[in-house]
Design a protein around this ligand. Structure first.
Ligand code: MGD
Ligand code: MGD
Ligand code: SF4
Ligand code: MO
Length: 704
């Protein structure tokens, strides 16, 4: 145990401040009774002392199945050999030197420290001069980022957690915050306001829906229509904020023209909701004291993801619900997806919320780094890179802090690509599924073994003090990249001997930018960058768009796999044959994605069902499916097997978990999702797929 005793939780984007006492790390599951405790930090602005079960059980995840040596194999059918760091560095530098920059690709993660994302981004864009770098945020926040930028000129979230305590209406659209952002949800539940209303829009009665006053059980993929209908009603009844619209926005007419296409009666049919629910939403947008809408993957991961976002932001702009009166609040998923935005780790980004396409911004960074020729064309996204691997254009893939063998869409194709490419993986655990395809493995340290910063959903940066000794022979990701760069002769660009030097360099790139943290000191953290209401000035609102005004958009509706005309004429069910369903998915309360950490915690595992899918009992009945039978879900090409569980889900929808690792379920959910993407954000449609469902095996309960 070393350093001060506080750190940020390495799980979700709430970004809770946690602390440890000075106990020994237990080697088994006795953590609850052991003398080592992880608890919520009382004076942290995100959680104010609260913590969830994933946070409490962190210590159990720290020691099991850790990698403790670099591994190598030339051929993927051979077993790995343990090699020294020097040998591993020799192999990788040799390999890199023989490839052109465009043959190399980096796929990184919102779970890395800001310093780490910064260094890897610099390695790609500054040293190799390639924009072949993307992160798992592409599967996550990309649509929200693009929509925020379109509407506000920047993707800095406009408000903060401080807005929660005096709000009265909380709208969750495609967000299961009770599961995915539990401490935030807990904070909302604690708000003492007799007029408080929680509403959830979700095809399934999620944990959040259960705890809400109203659940609007919408057909998957149709949120744009619902939200347009709400705008239409607000407009028609004159309950819009004309002053705000005139002073601070542009494009209102376009948005209304589009919204007019969806009168509530039509929208109700398309969305499978009651007209009255649309009226109620309009009423709340018009009359709430302060309305915050939270959204997450139910909106972002869609062919229509950016438009879903914009349709929601339109409602806030039309009713002037920013700042004192509310906020459109995109919940980030991972602990440091926000830090990733700050360093610009996607295909088009540069540090300090900059873009490779903007000459001046490129020059800034070239000057700061002392390099020339940063590439001005955004690189391919990760799903495009998979195709480029299969086309033999990309020959080396370096994966850091993500587990694409489970979480990318169209896994059949992804596995072929991972098999084909020379794969380098920085990973902490020996049982992560992506390792099955690797050539070189670098054993990585995790939070809170290493120190550094992360930024939570509301722009609050927390310092992670190292809490435990890392396993011997492991290194933090920033050091691995620094040492490789140094061996490639780039000591001037990567002179770091200490993580703090990277922090100081990164700070300089933010000077004068929206996310300016150039004066932040580690000792001041946790601290939020920007004003509480990011786009507010002394004289009203000023956005980062060229005109300074926020922008409405015509939020056009699109949907995959479904005949849109039939949908309008006859409604959702009419578009599906009797055994056809829409497969949706989401998260489990006690597990983190591919379970490399939470899967090691017995008390979390014991609460879990075998791989299951939730289906409406009436739909199941028609297919002769009883609860606990095994069912097969297929798209004609691939199929998965799940235990049928009955639940309150929209008819003809079926829900499962996407993150089961292969040791937990032999059949991976993402075999069924396609890599079709939103046209603006290139975020894959990871939540919507037409499938067929049938009985796989009748199961007697004794068999469980
Ligand atoms: N316990 C836990 N917490 C996590 C994570 C985890 O793995 N485990 N992961 C973190 C990460 S990276 C992220 S991105 C967040 C994600 O947080 P969320 O987005 O809240 O999580 P999901 O369960 O994926 O999706 C939310 C809901 O969207 C619904 N949905 C699906 N399709 C539609 C649709 O078309 N419209 C609407 N309105 N709803 C739809 C699903 O039924 C689901 O209930 O969670 C973070 N927190
Ligand atoms: N169908 C469907 N697919 C989805 C989603 C969905 O809702 N539906 N959600 C998408 C979203 S939002 C997300 S964010 C992704 C998440 O998908 P992934 O990022 O692939 O999932 P994780 O299990 O979080 O993988 C993180 C990996 O990094 C390792 N790791 C942890 N800490 C460190 C570290 O400090 N350094 C290194 N080198 N490794 C570390 C972990 O052991 C783990 O193997 O899944 C996406 N895929
Ligand atoms: S709410 Fe999220 S950040 Fe907070 S303790 Fe739980 S998993 Fe960690
Ligand atoms: Mo995510």
């Amino acid at each position: 145990m070393k350093g001060e005793n506080t750190f940020q939780c390495p799980y979700c984007g709430v970004g809770c401040g946690l602390y440890t006492n000075k106990g020994e790390v237990p080697l088994d599951d006795e953590v609850i009774s052991s003398d080592l405790k992880v608890r919520g930090l009382k004076n942290h602005p995100a959680n104010k002392g609260l913590i969830c079960l994933k946070g409490v059980t962190l210590p159990i995840t720290w020691k099991k199945n850790r990698l403790d040596s670099p591994l190598y194999r030339k051929n993927k059918n051979e077993a790995f050999k343990r090699i020294s760091w020097e040998e591993a560095y020799e192999i990788i530098t040799d390999k890199l030197s023989k490839l052109s920059s465009e043959e190399i690709y980096f796929y990184i993660s919102g779970q890395l420290l800001t310093e780490e994302s910064y260094v890897i981004n610099k390695f790609a864009k500054g040293l190799l001069k390639t924009n072949n770098i993307d992160a798992n945020s592409r599967l996550c926040m990309a649509s929200a980022v693009v929509a925020y930028k379109m509407a506000f000129g920047s993707d800095g979230p406009p408000c903060s957690y401080d807005d929660i305590e005096d709000a009265d209406v909380f709208l969750f659209v495609g967000s299961n915050a009770a599961v995915a952002h539990p401490v935030l949800f807990n904070r909302i539940q604690r708000v003492k306001n007799p007029n408080k209303v929680l509403i959830t829009i979700d095809p399934i009665e999620s944990e959040t829906a259960k705890k809400s006053h109203l659940h609007i059980r919408i057909n998957a993929g149709t949120d744009t229509v619902l939200l347009n209908a709400v705008l239409y009603l607000l407009y028609k009844s004159g309950r819009i904020d004309k002053e705000f619209i005139n002073l601070y926005t542009e494009g209102f007419e376009q948005a209304i023209e589009e919204a007019k296409k969806y009168p509530p009666s039509l929208a109700a049919k398309i969305c499978g909701v009651k007209e009255r629910d649309i009226e109620l939403l309009a009423y709340l947008f018009a009359s709430a004291k302060k309305l915050i809408s939270f959204w997450s993957m139910g909106l972002n991961q869609s062919l229509n993801g950016v438009m879903k976002n914009l349709a929601l932001i339109n409602l806030h702009l039309a009713t002037g619900r920013l700042g004192e009166k509310g906020c459109p609040f995109s919940l980030t998923g991972q602990p440091n997806a926000m830090g990733g935005r700050e360093v610009g780790y996607l295909t088009n980004g540069l540090p300090g919320y900059r873009d490779v396409r903007i000459e001046e911004e490129r020059r800034d960074i070239e000057q700061l780094w002392g390099v020339n020729g940063i590439n001005n064309i955004p690189g391919p996204t990760i799903t495009e890179a998979i195709d480029l691997i299969l086309d033999e254009k990309i020959k080396l893939l370096w994966v850091v802090g993500t587990n694409p063998a489970i979480t990318l869409p169209e896994l059949g194709k992804v596995w072929k690509a991972l098999e084909k490419v020379f794969l380098v993986v920085n990973e902490a655990y020996s049982d992560a599924d992506t390792l099955k395809f690797a050539n070189i493995v670098f054993p990585a340290q995790i939070v809170p073994e290493k120190e550094g910063i992360m930024t939570g959903s509301d722009r609050t940066i927390t310092f992670i003090h190292s809490q435990i000794e890392p396993p011997p022979n492991t290194k933090p990701d920033w050091l691995i990249f620094t040492e490789v760069a140094q061996r490639m002769g780039a000591k001037d660009l990567f002179p770091y001997t200490d993580r703090k030097e990277i922090f100081e360099e990164f700070k300089k790139t933010t000077k004068g930018r929206l996310c300016d943290i150039s004066t932040f000191e580690e000792k001041d953290l946790p601290k939020r960058w920007g004003r509480r209401w990011l786009y507010q000035t002394e004289n009203g609102w000023k956005f980062k768009t060229p005109s300074g005004k926020a922008k409405f958009y015509a939020a056009t509706f699109d949907i995959a796999d479904i005949d849109k005309n039939l949908l309008k004429e006859e409604g959702f069910e009419a578009t599906l044959k009797e055994d056809e369903f829409i497969l949706i998915n989401g998260r489990l309360k006690n597990h983190w994605h591919t379970m490399t950490k939470t899967g090691k915690v017995d008390i979390l595992l014991k609460q879990e069902l075998p791989p299951f899918a939730i289906i409406h009992p009436k739909d199941a009945d028609k297919l002769n499916i009883d609860e606990w039978d095994l069912i097969e879900i297929s798209d004609g090409e691939n199929s998965i097997v799940r235990v049928a569980i009955f639940g309150k889900i929209q008819r003809r929808h079926i829900w499962t978990y996407f993150g089961y690792p292969l040791w937990y379920s032999e059949t991976s959910t993402n075999l069924l999702y396609k890599d079709r993407v939103d046209p603006y954000s290139k975020e894959p449609d990871l939540k919507f797929r037409k499938v067929k469902v049938k009985l796989h095996k009748k199961v007697k309960l004794e068999e469980y």
